[in-house]
Design a binder for this molecule. Sequence first.
Ligand code: PA5
Length: 429
Amino acid sequence: MTIKLDTQFLKLDYQKYDKIDLVPVIHTMIHEHTGEGSDYLGWLDWASRVDERFFQEIEETAKRIQENSNVLVVIGIGGSYLGSKAIIEMLKPHFPEDNQTEVIYAGQHVSGSYLKQLMKYLDSKEVTLNVISKSGTTTEPAIAFRVLRQYMEDRYGFEAKSRIIATTDGESGALLELAAQNGYQRFVIPSDIGGRYSVFTAVGMLPVAVAGLSFRDLLDGAKNAELELNEADIEKNVAYQYAVLRQDFYNNDYSTEILASFEPQLMYLHEWWKQLFGESEGKQQRGIFPASVVYTTDLHSLGQYIQDGKRNIFETMVSFVNKADDFYISEDRQNLDKLNYLCDTSLHDFNKKSLIGSASAHTDGGVPVMHLEIENFDAYHVGYLMYFFMKACTMSAYLMDVNPFDQPGVEFYKKNTYKLLQKNKKQEA
Ligand code: PA5
């Protein structure tokens, strides 16, 4: 068992879902690449397709960066940064360790103060940049890259170009042109893999390798998920069970899903999940709104709303059976804080009890709860889990009859902002 879908808190049964017969049909559609957007299904078998050359190139580049840099600045937004950020936050220690190359991010927002302070921070470090953009034209990372490229050129002169790596499309885009002209090392984002499905390509794997994590184990987990979640029969496919239950809630007026976990290290996994499901499903006036909480922190803030607020939410709790890095509460002779009843209880066990306690409270309050239980908290299982979500998301979006792989809505804000900035420029002239 790698992932178990525990439905003890649910009254629903996926077998009663009225579109259940569509599951094997959509499964075939996914695997035969016949559905809408099927040009972007390259991620489906990517983990079993990559060859030793891919592994070696990532490993050699990561080693070089670790040897000559204290900091890798990853420039990207959306799917170009959230995957690696999620993995690094999950698997790296909470506090930085000496002598390890730190991975930090830029271009994921537009903030003058952030960029100014970042450059000041970089002044005392040796730096490499990894600029990531599939389209090569996204404004936020393009702005950050212009600023940081100039910073690198001023600081390193001719050497700057060997400290800049571009991860982008293999055929077109401004970033590709810029990288080719300047002779930067390049990694290609396959044309059939979109941003939010690209975590297992160089987009996610280079920063993860630089952070000292085993990207081989992550890909191994994804590869096994690919095999195990390749079943048309819903009884044998936990990703499809999750997808179908989500859709059943949605059809019963539960329009918001809250992903909840009990480790602060999962906060960015939530962000990655929100992008995956939000951009894949939210179109044509349809879609489940993806939200997230980290417990027990949020039980003391949003917990009130979840227990007692508007009843349009369902919850998916994520937990791990085993967590190696744990802590036990010891006995205190005086026991003035009255906590001796927790003696020899690990904090991981405490969280397991909190999960059951909050799940049954929320169920009683009218919030249906699903529970995804993952065996171990390690790179292999994180790889498995991310693939699980991508497969479930694809099934879920197709059940909702939307294309899981485009994001036409994102273009609207871009066009408006561009128009306003151009107008300002004309007025100034
Ligand atoms: O999932 C997607 O495709 C998008 O959210 C992109 O990841 C995001 O817009 C960044 O795009 P790009 O990598 O082209 O800069």
